[in-house]
Design a protein around this ligand. Structure first.
Ligand code: SAH
Length: 561
């Protein structure tokens, strides 16, 4: 019996020599015969020595596979070459199909080795930036071997499921309608501004890379050698690159629409609980996630109660009535949401609430509202800052802020922001300093800073709410204010601030505190708390630093001092 032949199914990557794997080169060189499409054989010509070549046209793939099997059965080593990866719309499956038809078994039949290559989705992505990153799929628009109805169904599903999509075989001389149809289907789910990359002949001589968007993609040249990469709902363009974030943004707070989690916060259940507890109903609702608005600090908040039952699929009767009304009075076009469907993506909305600056009393209505908005999946945490921190999984943070404001809560962002901690002014009996506390809250509360900063405001010299222990301490005494700066509010070497000024006129206090905060915000290093900043620069708003750190020797503690 003659020696057993072997099939080497080789993906040689996008086309450039540098991107062919070592095993692929070796396999091509060790074979007796190369079978492949003419253009591909030309691309690897530099590797060939004395191999026999069987090159055919594009549409003869089945006969190429049959020929390869026949040749291997006659005892030869046959390399069947595909661009990219041979298992992605390539020759690998076809060769197996021919073998299966013949009842081939690995043990007794010819040998077969599939040699992986870099597929167009990867080579084209690398030229665009990092558009894949998250869940992605490939769809071939060629209806040569697949019915168009099925391709359309897949486009629809991928659009709906927010996959990044790589379209292979997007268009050819004869097939021009498919890409137009694909764009129409995807525009039902994605914004017209969704970034789209068109890569033609990646890593080949005529390489051409275009960054466009879903709306305008058809205004560019798309052909047989183009791969079209369509971003998901989070894909961004930055400096001419198409970038899809590694995950969805999972957290919003009031001071910025989205805040990425710090590495230390990731994978903690309280920060990322959605994976297990995603509400399946959410995926069916038609609504667009909106960025939270800045907190409204005054004025009558709109009553937006229960426009839609959480989790319900059906529009409420109010929704239907509004829609009908808008149709008759002609405002329909104005009121319409963008006409594509984007499933809401839940994030953790984090914010803090308190009943007032001086007011420390919650009403029953406020407590009920808290329970309602937090629901079963959210958390409420009593914090040392005289406020309750809420963490609520939601796709509609503005609904939550409106409900909380409607019952009189003061809302504040959480994180590296300014908080005002006032005393209760002896239940309002020592009221003189209250307006100043409220003005400071209104002007500076929630301001993002290099590090969290607390302003303590106390209404009399007793300072029983410990204003002097805050980063900035303000104590009202005999109609005027005393100011303390540079307290070290945390750690075993914690200490009160130094008294920098006494008897400040009330009409000056707000501006003076604002100046201090602005100077700190402008000049402090990231993460540098006010006491450290004061110690480093030695002067804030004209006040000189005095070292009042208690001189004690203390063993270092593993988690700080
Ligand atoms: N097996 C190949 C795909 C073959 S289908 C792979 O894994 O990449 C042919 C389609 O692949 C083309 O229509 C085009 O969409 C894509 N393609 C292949 N090579 C490419 C390249 N160098 N640049 C851009 N697209 C490419």
């Amino acid at each position: 019996m003659s020696k057993k032949g072997k099939l080497l199914i080789v993906g040689f990557g996008p086309g450039h020599f540098e991107h062919i794997t070592a095993r692929a080169k070796e396999a091509i060189q060790e074979s007796d015969l190369i079978i492949g499409y003419k253009t591909y054989v030309n691309l690897i010509k530099g590797l060939l020595t004395d191999q026999e070549i069987v090159s055919t046209g594009m549409t003869e793939e089945v006969s190429r596979a049959q020929e390869a099997v026949r040749q291997a059965e006659s005892g030869r080593k046959v390399a069947v070459i595909s661009s990219g990866d041979a298992g992605v719309y390539g020759m690998a499956g076809l060769v197996y199909e021919v073998l299966m038809e013949k009842g081939w078994k690995e043990e007794t039949g010819v040998g077969i080795e599939i040699i992986p290559g870099i597929s167009a989705i990867n080579s084209c992505a690398s030229l665009l930036g990092a558009p894949i990153m998250h869940d992605a799929c490939t769809i071939s628009l060629s209806d040569h071997l697949t019915p168009w109805d099925l391709i359309a169904k897949r486009l629809d599903a991928a659009g709906q499921a927010d996959f990044v999509i790589a379209l292979y075989n997007p268009k050819s001389g004869r097939r021009t309608r498919q890409i137009v149809e694909a764009q129409r289907i995807l525009l039902q789910y994605r914004s017209p501004e969704t970034p789209v990359g068109l890569v033609k002949s990646a890593y080949r001589e005529r390489q051409n890379v275009i960054l466009t968007n879903l709306e305008n993609m058809l205004n560019h040249d798309i052909g047989m050698l183009t791969t079209v990469i369509i971003g998901n709902s989070t894909t961004k363009v930055y400096d001419g690159k198409m970038i899809t974030p590694r995950g969805y943004q999972r957290k919003y707070t009031l001071d910025s629409a989205v805040q990425p989690l710090k590495p230390s916060q990731r994978l903690k259940r309280e920060a990322e609980p959605w994976a297990l507890e995603q509400d399946p109903n959410l995926l069916k609702r038609k609504s667009i996630p909106t960025a939270p608005e800045q907190p409204q600090k005054s004025g009558t908040p709109e009553n937006l109660f229960a426009k839609q039952e959480p989790g319900s699929e059906k529009p409420s009767s109010l929704d239907i009535a509004m829609e009908a009304l808008s149709m008759v009075d002609g405002t329909a076009a104005l009121q319409m949401a963008p006409d594509y469907i984007q499933q809401p993506i839940e994030s953790i909305f984090e914010l803090a609430v308190k009943p007032g600056v001086a007011n420390k009393k919650f009403t029953p209505e406020q407590m009920i509202t808290l329970a309602e908005v937090v629901g079963e999946k959210g958390t409420m945490e009593y914090s040392p800052n005289h406020q309750i921190v809420l963490r609520i999984p939601t796709a509609e943070p503005d609904e939550i802020t409106k409900k909380l404001q409607s019952v009189g809560f003061l809302l504040a962002p959480v994180g590296e922001v300014l908080s005002v901690k006032a005393c209760d002014f002896c239940d309002g009996e020592k009221y003189e300093a209250i307006p100043y506390a409220e003005k400071i809250e209104e002007k500076l509360g929630g301001l993002p800073l290099p590090k969290k900063l607390n302003i303590g405001i106390n209404g009399c010299g007793m300072a029983c709410y410990q204003a002097v222990m805050e980063d900035i301490g303000i104590v009202f005494r005999k109609g005027k204010f005393d100011l303390f700066l540079g307290a070290k509010p945390v750690g075993r070497t914690g200490h009160a601030g130094q008294l920098v000024a006494e008897g400040i006129e009330p009409d000056q206090i707000v501006d003076l505190v604002t100046r201090i905060v602005e100077e700190y915000k402008e000049n402090a290093h990231p993460n540098e708390r006010l006491f450290k900043y004061f110690r480093r620069v030695k002067e804030i708003a004209g006040f000189k630093y005095k070292d009042i750190t208690p001189k004690i020797k203390i063993e270092p503690a593993p988690c700080g001092d």
